[in-house]
Design a protein around this ligand. Structure first.
Ligand SMILES: [Zn+2]
Length: 89
């Protein structure tokens, strides 16, 4: 059986968030690397949940603006985003 392992390499403090690095290892050889920025300090959750890394909280915790987009008719959230993107203008 081939052993594949996801390794959290490092987390660095940056202005406005953290820079997080992961490596994917196959039989102890690095076959894939990813580096991304996150406002969350939880590396694994940030990797699995881009919404958390971008906004600092999961989508289900994101509040509403109280407005509905006239184009897609969906709620515009606290960051000014809706389903189609027109509401963010
Ligand atoms: Zn919309």
């Amino acid at each position: 059986m081939t052993k594949v392992l996801l390794r959290h390499d490092q987390i660095r403090e940056m202005t406005g968030g953290k820079e997080i690095e992961f490596s994917l290892l196959k039989e102890d050889k690095v076959i894939w690397k990813i580096r991304f920025n996150s406002v969350s300090s939880n590396p694994m959750e940030s990797l699995m949940n881009p919404h958390l890394s971008q906004y600092g909280k999961p989508c289900f915790d994101t509040g509403t603006s109280g407005y509905v987009c006239p184009v897609c008719n969906l709620d515009i959230d606290e960051y000014g985003m809706c389903g189609c993107g027109a509401g963010s203008g």
